[in-house]
Design a protein around this ligand. Structure first.
Ligand SMILES: [Zn+2]
Length: 270
């Protein structure tokens, strides 16, 4: 059975734009040329405290991407995010983006204040780089594992983080995501139909026995082959009186970004 795809506002914009411009995907087309076609000039240069920004002029629009971003895939996601502003949010004069605005895990209050605009640009970027229909096809029939996420990130040329969020929405195997910063949980997300309750630790310390804690406490980052770590159900979820921790088979894959001191924990039951 296939889940019906629910397109958010930003995703629907990207889907329609691809349709109008005649692209199935932008996997083999340079993103800066795509932005040119929409009337923006893309420049790569060092930016202070900012991953990317867009400057709407009277005649021309300029998109600047920070040349010191280490990963090509992150640059690509940032550019896609700015293209989202370009097609959806004309009229703001200058718009700066940094880790806080292009990240997926702004907590809810922040999203409300800081706006719809940012989450729309992220939804747009996700769909532009990973068209939902193609994403569903690419993961179909493949067993869930950290390597599957890495393969998808490689295939779609976008960040592992954005792939994990897309997988939560559209993947065959249910996964939960916990984002933590500096040892504290900042945000979590689970699929609607997920059969276990999460212990809400937002703004609280990550669980002692989580893989995330191993990074914060001991700086431990597992090598690829060991990135699937066994954990207890009780690490992140509520265990009812009638349940036994030993009866469950949960795993955690920690996507660590040491520069920002953040961990995105992907948690699933085998
Ligand atoms: Zn933005």
């Amino acid at each position: 059975m296939t889940k019906p795809i629910k397109y958010t506002k930003g995703a629907a914009f990207a889907r329609d734009l691809l349709l109008e411009t005649g692209f199935d995907s932008l996997l083999y087309y340079p993103l800066d040329l795509f932005a040119n076609g929409l009337g923006a000039t893309v420049i790569s240069k060092p930016l202070l405290n900012s991953d990317g920004r867009i400057i709407f002029g009277k005649k021309n629009t300029l998109i600047e991407i920070n040349s010191s971003i280490e990963f090509e895939r992150k640059k690509r996601f940032t550019l896609a995010h700015e293209i989202g502003h370009l097609v959806m949010h004309k009229g703001i004069d200058v718009h700066n983006d940094n880790e806080a605005t292009t990240s997926w895990f702004n907590n809810k209050e922040k999203q409300a204040q800081h706006s719809k605009v940012e989450s729309e640009a992220n939804q747009f970027a996700s769909e532009l780089l990973m068209p939902s229909l193609l994403f569903i096809r690419q993961q179909k029939g493949k067993k869930f594992s950290p390597q599957l996420l890495r393969n998808l990130s490689h295939y779609f040329k976008t960040s592992l983080t954005s792939v994990a969020f897309k997988y939560l929405e559209l993947g065959d195997h249910p996964i939960c995501l916990f984002h933590s910063y500096n040892g504290k949980v900042s945000y979590w997300k689970r699929p609607e139909e997920f059969p276990h309750f999460i212990v809400d630790r937002t703004k609280l310390t990550v669980p002692d026995d989580s893989v995330a804690m191993e990074f914060f406490e001991k700086n431990r980052i597992y090598p690829k082959e060991q990135s699937k770590q066994q954990i207890w159900k009780s690490t992140w979820f509520l265990v009812n009186d009638w349940e036994k921790d030993e009866d469950y088979n949960f795993h955690e894959f920690a996507i660590v970004t040491p520069n920002y001191n953040t961990v995105l924990s992907v948690v699933w039951e085998d």
